[in-house]
Design a protein around this ligand. Structure first.
Ligand code: PLP
Length: 479
C-alpha cells in the first residue's frame, strides 16, 4: 500500500518528519549508557564463554534479515538487536584462548581510547581538521620508531591493516626506484615506464602479492626465491639481476613465525641499489624485545616496513602502520593538491597515506604504547612467545609433530595422518575451549596455533593444551 505513495512529495515530507522525530526521541545519554553497559557485559563475560559461537547463536543471526525499514526504528531497539543477536555470534577473539589467524585481542586502554575517538568523530586527514589527532599522531609515530628501533629518519603512516601498509610502502618503493631511473610514476603512471623487478620469498604472505597487484606491480611477474623448511627466503638463491629492483623480505612467516635473513638480503640489495621492503605484519614487534635481537639482525637496514597495530599491539581493528625510511618517499606517492586544501601544516596524514579522510587510528596506538611502555611491549612479545613454546612442547611430548622452530608466537603442528589433522582441528573448534585454524604446509594439512592476545594467561594455556590433547585422543591422533 505504502508503495503507491512513494513518489509523492508529501510522502517524502512525512518521511523526513518521521526520521527527525525518531532522532529527536533518541535520548543520547540513555543510549550511550545502555551501550556502555552492554559493551562492559560483553568484555567481562568473554573469558567464560565458548570461543566459537553456538549453533543457536548462528541461527539467531537470521534476526538481521529484515527488510530495509521504510520508517526508521529507534536507536535503542537497534542497539539491542545488535547486541542480542550480534554479540553471541562473535568469535571470542578478544578472550584468552583464541589462537586463530593472527588476531590480537584489545588492550583496555585501546578499547577505551577507541570509544572516545568514535565520540570525537574527527577526520584525521589534516591538522586543521583535528589538532588533537595531529598532535597524538606526531607523538605516536615518534614512539613507534623509537620502540621498534627503526632509523630516526623513519616516517610512519596509519592505514587500515598490513595489506594496505604493504601497498603503501610498495608504492613509495616503486615511485622512488623509478624516479631514480628518470620516470615520474605519480605523474605518468606505469605505462611505458622502465622495467621494475620485484623479488620475494616463496613463502611471502598471500596478501603481499595482493598489495603488489594493487600498486600495479603484478602478482605473477614477481621473482620468487626458494624458501627453507621454516619458510625463510634462502639468500644464496637471490637472483643476479640489476636495474630498478624492490626486494620483499618477511619478519614473521604466518605459519612458522620465521624471519628472513635480513643482513644477507640487505647486502645483496645494497650491491644493486635495490629497495628492501619488510612485511612484518606481526613479526616486526619482535624488534621491541631485546631477547629476540638474533631474529631481527639487519632488519633496521631496510628501506620500508609494514606492520599491524591490530595484531600484536592489541589495538582494535582496523589499524596498520607503514614505515618508510625517508618521509619524502611517502609524500612523493601520496601528496594531493587542491585549492581548498591548506598549505603545508606539519605532518598531514592525507599526504602520506592512500587515504584522504581517515579515522584517528593513532590514538589507540598512542594509548597502547603509553600504558605498556617500552618494558610492557617487550614483555608482551616475550610472554606470548613463551606461551607458544609451552603449547609446542606439550603437543610434541604428547606425540603430535611440531613442524616449526617456535621462535615467536606461532606453532605449526600436524598428526601422522592428514585425515587426523583435519579432524583434530574440527574437534578443537567444536569443543569450544580454544580455537585453532587450518593451513597447508609443504602440501599437507597442518594446524596453526597463533598466540596473539595480551589477555592470554598461563591458565588459558593449561586449559587449551588439555583441550587440544583431549581432542587429539578423541580423533585417534595420539594414544
Ligand atoms: C605476514 C603477514 N602479512 C600481511 C598480513 C595481512 O594483514 P592484514 O590482514 O592486517 O591486512 C598478514 C595477516 O595475517 C600477515 O601475517
Amino acid at each position: 500500500m505504502l508503495e503507491l505513495f512513494r513518489g509523492q512529495s508529501w510522502y517524502f515530507e512525512i518521511g523526513l518528519a518521521t526520521a527527525a522525530y525518531v532522532l529527536q526521541m533518541t535520548d543520547t545519554d540513555v543510549l550511550l549508557d545502555d551501550t556502555a553497559r552492554r559493551a562492559r557485559r560483553y568484555v567481562s563475560s568473554i573469558g567464560g564463554r565458548a570461543v566459537a559461537p553456538s549453533a543457536e547463536a548462528l541461527d539467531a543471526l537470521s534476526r538481521f534479515e529484515e527488510p530495509l525499514p521504510v520508517v526508521g526504528r529507534s536507536a535503542e531497539e537497534t542497539i539491542a538487536l545488535l547486541d542480542d543477536a550480534g554479540s553471541p555470534a562473535t568469535l571470542a577473539s578478544t578472550g584468552g584462548r583464541y589462537f586463530g589467524f593472527v588476531n590480537g585481542a584489545t588492550l583496555p586502554s585501546a578499547l577505551a581510547a577507541s570509544w572516545l575517538v568514535s565520540s570525537w568523530d574527527q577526520n584525521a586527514a589534516l591538522p586543521v581538521m583535528s589538532p588533537a589527532a595531529a598532535k597524538i599522531s606526531d607523538v605516536a609515530r615518534r614512539w613507534l620508531v623509537e620502540a621498534l628501533g627503526l632509523p630516526s629518519s623513519t616516517e610512519a603512516a596509519f592505514v587500515t591493516g598490513a595489506t594496505v601498509a604493504n601497498a603503501t610502502c610498495l608504492a613509495a618503493a616503486r615511485d622512488r626506484q623509478l624516479a631514480a631511473a628518470g620516470w615520474d610514476v605519480p605523474r605518468d603512471g606505469l605505462f611505458g615506464a622502465p622495467e621494475l623487478t620485484v623479488v620475494a620469498g616463496a613463502q611471502a604472505h598471500s596478501t603481499l602479492l595482493k598489495s603488489l597487484s594493487m600498486v600495479g606491480l603484478g602478482r605473477e611477474r614477481v621473482i620468487r626465491v626458494p624458501a627453507d623448511d621454516q619458510g625463510r627466503l634462502i639468500a644464496s638463491e637471490l637472483p643476479d639481476i640489476d636495474g630498478p629492483v624492490v626486494v620483499c623480505a618477511q619478519a614473521g612467516e604466518v605459519n612458522t613465525g620465521a624471519f628472513d635473513p635480513f643482513s644477507d638480503i640487505v647486502e645483496w640489495a645494497r650491491e644493486r641499489s635495490a629497495w628492501v621492503h619488510v612485511d612484518g605484519a606481526f613479526g616486526l614487534w619482535a624488534m621491541s624485545d631485546l631477547s629476540r635481537a638474533h631474529l631481527v639482525e639487519g632488519l633496521a637496514h631496510a628501506d620500508s616496513w609494514a606492520t599491524d597495530g591490530h595484531k600484536w599491539l592489541n589495538v582494535t581493528y582496523d589499524c596498520g602502520i607503514a614505515f618508510v625510511r625517508d618521509g619524502d618517499d611517502l609524500r612523493r606517492s601520496f601528496a594531493s593538491v587542491a585549492g581548498y586544501l591548506p598549505p603545508d601544516g606539519g605532518y598531514e596524514a592525507m599526504h602520506h597515506t592512500p587515504q584522504s579522510s581517515q579515522r584517528a587510528r593513532q590514538v589507540e596506538v598512542w594509548a597502547a604504547l603509553r600504558t605498556l611502555g617500552v618494558d610492557g611491549l617487550a614483555a608482551l612479545v616475550t610472554s606470548l612467545s613463551d606461551h607458544a613454546v609451552r603449547i609446542g612442547s606439550a603437543l610434541d611430548d604428547a606425540g603430535l609433530t611440531v613442524l616449526n622452530d617456535v621462535v615467536l608466537n606461532q606453532v605449526l603442528v600436524r598428526a601422522d595422518h592428514d585425515d587426523a589433522t583435519v579432524e583434530l582441528i574440527a574437534a578443537i573448534q567444536a569443543d569450544g575451549t580454544c580455537w585453532c585454524g587450518p593451513t597447508s604446509w609443504a602440501g599437507r594439512p597442518a594446524m596453526r596455533v597463533s598466540v596473539s592476545g595480551w589477555v592470554t594467561t598461563s591458565d588459558d594455556i593449561t586449559q587449551s593444551i588439555d583441550a587440544m590433547l583431549r581432542c587429539a585422543r578423541q580423533v585417534g591422533a595420539i594414544d
